[in-house]
Design a protein around this ligand. Structure first.
Ligand SMILES: [Zn+2]
Length: 283
């Protein structure tokens, strides 16, 4: 049987999002209305109804303030993985700062859950060609898999010709790491991003469903899907931002929860770790 598709959540608040960063100063995070706990619990309820396990890539900043949420996610049988500490883009950090903040977040999550954290995802998929050094640091810190590379062209992220499928790679300093790039469907050689997030809200549902089904059926491979807790929250406070960022962040928020339920009914999901073990990429 095909390994389960990986269901993933990047646990952060609406004010952490890279697209809105120019309008939201970091110093204001602590004083903004936080909605991440309620939205994440809502996602857990929905997943529970479909008996789906997921991997939650948790931002250290959130874990520090809401340790009970993280403990409850883990206690519900989901996997806890690391989304860095501050949501800074990797290509805006030095290797020293990246190492320090990634370790801080990993330690925090391991202290809260009492289990090893082996998976990592960068803020806004910011492991790009110029920041492949980050993979060395992840291997050094004890991560065994990464899911930060988006094999498409985009203004903020992407390695357009990177491998599309989960695979073992050698980091620049020849260390082992497993990479699960965000899923794209192969449409006559064009890579259509169908992995979730803004694409899931902006593309018609039938197209997402067709693309994901083609990965399962034609390629005989599982896909990896991602969502943010704020994407099922049409009531979140609106933040002034440029038109493109507003379009990406706010379009179809009210449709997302219904679509997610359809998706969970139509595909089989599990954690990244379980799927990679079944694929023989992790032991
Ligand atoms: Zn994020």
């Amino acid at each position: 049987m095909l390994a389960p598709n990986a269901l993933t959540v990047d646990v952060e608040d609406y004010f952490h999002v890279a697209a809105l960063a120019p309008s939201i100063h970091r110093d204001s995070w602590g004083s903004r209305e936080s909605r991440v706990v309620d939205n994440t619990r809502k996602l857990m309820d929905i997943f529970g109804r479909f008996d789906a396990r997921a991997t939650f890539f948790v931002l250290g900043w959130v874990a520090e303030r809401h340790p009970r949420l993280i403990r409850d996610i883990a206690a519900s049988g989901h996997e806890i993985a690391c989304h860095g500490y501050s949501h800074s883009l990797v290509y805006e950090q030095t290797p020293e700062v990246f190492r320090e903040e990634t370790l801080r977040s990993k330690n925090l999550l391991e202290d809260i859950t009492g289990s090893a954290v082996i998976g990592y995802r960068a803020a806004s998929y910011s492991i790009v060609r110029e920041t492949l050094w980050a993979l060395d640091i992840l291997a050094d810190l004890g991560f065994t898999y990464d899911s930060s590379i988006f094999p498409v062209r985009h203004d903020r992220y992407g390695i357009p010709d990177a491998a599309r499928i989960p695979h073992r790679l050698l980091t620049p300093n020849k260390k082992d790491l497993v990479e699960w790039p965000l899923s794209t469907a192969n449409v006559f050689g064009y890579r259509l991003p169908v992995a979730g997030g803004g694409y899931f809200r902006l593309l018609p549902y039938w197209l997402t469903r067709w693309g994901l089904a083609s990965i399962n059926r034609k390629e005989q491979r599982p896909f990896i899907f991602y969502l943010h807790p704020w994407e099922i929250d049409p009531g979140q406070p609106r933040v002034p931002a440029g038109w493109l960022s507003r379009f990406r962040h706010y379009t179809n928020l009210e449709k997302c929860e219904g679509r997610l339920q359809r998706l969970l009914g139509e595909f089989r999901f599990g954690t990244v770790k379980d799927s990679l073990v079944q694929l023989g990429l992790l032991s």
